[in-house]
Design a protein around this ligand. Sequence first.
Ligand code: NAD
Length: 350
Amino acid sequence: MTRPTVSLIEGDGIGPEITAATVRAIEAAGGQLAWERVDAGAGAVAKHGDPLPAATIESIKRTQLALKAPLATPSGGGYRSVNVTLRQHFDLYANVRPARTMAGVPSRFTGVDLVIVRENTEDLYAGIEHYIDARRSAAESIAIITRFGSERVIVYAFEYARRHGRRKVTLVHKANILKMSNGLFLDTGREVARRYPEIEFDDMIVDATAMKLVIAPERFDVIVTMNLFGDILSDLAAGLIGGLGVAPAANIGAGPVAVGDAPAERPCAMFEAVHGTAPDIAGQGIANPTGLMLSAAMLLDHVDQRDAASRLRAGVTAALASAETRTGDLGGRANTAQYTDAVIRAMPAT
Ligand code: NAD
């Protein structure tokens, strides 16, 4: 089997602890990956005077794959968010956030199993804003929606559904009010849906979606939506399954970014936990590595190492189910190393 090389960013705060645990679990699951360790975030500032050194960008350009632990971002002032810079640099246009309820993770719901695919580059996040006068009596923010940007993320959502055996794609919008921008996204969705007759397609207004997600989350399978709605709904979905602590994410790109790059077999992709650096518990050996482990399972799926991905998920699911083996943030009694041992013990034999 080929052994894809992955740029590994250990991150700040609890990052190195959850990264070590995750690498151990991937290897135990039979994942065949080679690691290229690179720096980013506050650690990289201390070491290289730059939160995103050129060597890190070069590494991801080469490998087209990154597994990233959380990075500290100074709020107000300081350097620009490395996460945002990476997203823009590699044109990571699709943010994929699965939300599935798991035994042992306290939540108000059961039976949630959905995936939100969020467009990651356009909409109000294009950053086009201005005050209309010097007195700042009003401000305008412009939402950009293009047919190109809409089509590629909607195609990604359908391809994801096909690859993962999911039955339905729901496109979320506000085209009843924003008839042009959101209308364009919806029209593009209807067009793309015709190419995938085996996958059910429907659309829903965003406000109705917010209500239905908390009344009947089980009615959703894959949701595809624009940047702002996706930002809000993906955190809502994380809330349905017990919060951001255990949520994984993938950022999928369009392929090689520089002229002269060899064509990539698969698009550039970066996998990361959704939670932050948890500075309050860093260095204590008690952090919960579930979010990064489940992100690593998405990475293994992405490189077609499906069996290793399933084994890793099965180990996590089993270790979370018992208070003896889950970590303290989830009311358990295990530390990071004990939880990781339990994940590995519970993996089905290869
Ligand atoms: P946070 O997610 O780091 O912490 C919030 C709370 O959740 C804390 O009490 C923390 O101890 C707990 N927690 C988070 N992850 C945990 C884990 N894996 N195991 C156990 N407990 C966990 O959020 P914050 O405090 O708002 O942010 C801290 C730093 O993280 C900031 O610098 C912020 O910019 C950064 N951040 C980075 C990312 C990223 O790189 N993707 C995302 C969010 C926040």
